[in-house]
Design a protein around this ligand. Sequence first.
Ligand code: NOJ
Length: 793
Amino acid sequence: MNVLRSALYGMLPRSRRESRAEPGQAVLSTKTAAALLCAACSLPAGLELSEVPYYGLSPPVYPSPLGNGSTDARWASAYGRARDLVSRMTVEEKANVTRGWPGICVGNTGDVPRLGIPSLCFADGPAGLRGQEFVSAFPAGIHVAATFDRDLMLEYGRAIGREFRGRGVNVALGPVAGPLGRVARGGRNWEGLSNDPYLAGVGMGAITRGIQEAGVIATPKHWLLNEQEFRRRRTPLGEAISANVDDRTLHELYVFPFMDALREGAGAVMCSYQRANHSYACQNSKLLNGILKTELGFEGFVVSDWDAQMSGVASANAGLDLVMPNAGFWGAELVQAVRNGSVSEERLGDMAARILASWYYLHQENDYPPPAIYTNMQKHFPVDVQADHAKLIEEIGAAGTVLVKNINNTLPFKKPRFLCVYGYDATVKAGPWQNRDRYGGGYEDNFGWNTLNGTLITAGGSGGNSPPYVVSPFQALQERLSKDRGILRWDFYSENPTPYVNADACLVFINAYASESFDRTSLTDDFSDRLVLNVASWCANTIVVVHSAGIRTVDAWITHPNVTATLFAGLPGQESGHALAAVLYGDVNPSGRLPYTVARAEADYGALLNSSVSAARFPEANFTERLWIDYRAFDRDALAPRFEFGFGLSYTSFAYAGLAVSLLRRAPAAPAEFPDQSVPVVQGGHPALWEVVAVVRCTVTNTGAVEGAEVAQLYVGVPGAGEDSPVRQLRGFVKVGPLVPGQAREAVFELTRRDLSVWDVVAQQWRLRRGRYAVWVGASSRDLRLAGDFVIE
Ligand code: NOJ
């Protein structure tokens, strides 16, 4: 019980800890601690609750910290102006800017014309402006992650930012790191980047920076633990699911990627629908006042997910700053709550100041265009913001395409003259049958969900987008073949198409759809698997292309000798066909990597295959796997995946050599275990977390016959790895190249204090453990080419 008590120590507000206890000393009696424990959270056999501190608990953290701009001069100046404006606002005016109103945008704040404060326009989504004409449909987050390309991630954010700004949208509702992707069949995993927090974090930082460079406020979402769609909201059955997670896992997996977005200055954060450790996320003081606004120094505002506010006074005091899409429990009620003292005027002023500070931080008070958002029943001049983004979309589309099988030198094509094309996913509209759970569709027109069974370029719900056009794989193949005076035969409907024995190759296009509001029921589908097997039964050169909103298992056919090549083509956006053809024909040498593990059998994901399904009045999702999701679990269990995290083939080969590790010591002392507590926190956390502590280098050489780029990946095992920590975790990646045959280049990986730290639940700090750090560099999480280590004494 001593362990339990000391674990619970950290949940007390710092002031109480400091006044009542020596650092590290428990202050709760066993009885109090036990009373705080969650009776409803069932733990697996062998796991003591004392080992999972905070598990199921949301300690109260009050009062809500005041935003003050202490992060840097730019925030300080934004706060100076925001506070000045707020000082001139009435209670009613302050309550008006903290609520939504029905209007032309997905979300619209109240205005204060007297003081020149406009209504701010909020719009979805993470992969392009949704529901509009003359905007671009970008690849989904998971596709961008598959590029493992930091530059493309930044360019992606920039292009999206320019489009939102061009249409007068103040606040872009993305990027997404929640869900992270804990559950293999999660309905929204594709909106986010990867279930690896480091890869997701790099993307979150780059995309946030890009969006905000255009002057648009980015909104990393959904804070926090929105890992499943099933019962994400209150229903007649009962309350929303409670995601129960211990404090260390919370920080090292789920908070981690948000830190990168905050570090880049994100001006808003969206809180999520479900309960987190038994408290609704938009009124969870530990998550909002505690972790976000204190520990991570968040200067911006917290906006509720749409209708996610579950209380008035409680949400205000817990740190929610803006309710969407209407007044929720606020508006006139908030005015009353301030008048009767339930919510302080200071708190209301802070809500308004945070919103206005973000507005000033992005300089939106100067010449920001008014919203150009229309329904397609409105006659209007097109406000075309597409610029040349199609080129970038095609580039990311190709860079995020992952080649996972390629035997007999099937790819790249050598000027084929006769191709057969099969499957509903090859073209934009394949057939009359409708089953959007399994097939196709996945983009919207201006009104409602698109239910076409066609090629999948994005997936469903608010993360979907509105393509100006869709270049299907079939269209792109027609363009290529027509130039070569070749011929095509196609059948988009049949499960068992007619054989053409003279074809050079048969391309089979299948997909796996997913959407907001429901989780997937399978990672595969029988129709598609039978289609592949039927074609492979007579076509000796069968190439399978999978467009999927996340993991798609392939063991029904992947080892078939006639399946000669397979590509995971992701969710590539409007230029889908061009991007794919560029890879098939070898204009682009594939360098995409899987941002998740593809198992041999769905059952290999174990308890993390499905979301937690329950009809209980208070349903629970217990994150008892702690840090061991996806490849961390496969590595622990020595389970062979079909295709591991980080895997992807190239048309060339690469050699790795010369691993060198250097520890940057600030003479004379080795780095302290904890960041210096006298240094104030800034947005993104303690500044020392972002200091480079070690540098790893190696040389990558193109040893094959064609030009290509290699994604070199760095994995780290912290002291304690294999015991209380995963064997290895991704902590660096570099896309090296393109390199011509024979060319070598150095890959340099910088490891920050955060990258090497574990979250210490007692100290409530990131801790750099003393001991040996194992380091691997390789081509995937299982293809480790170089090994080394360093010691922090
Ligand atoms: C609900 C979704 O969860 C969120 O991601 C989206 O931004 C809002 N709806 C607004 O459409």
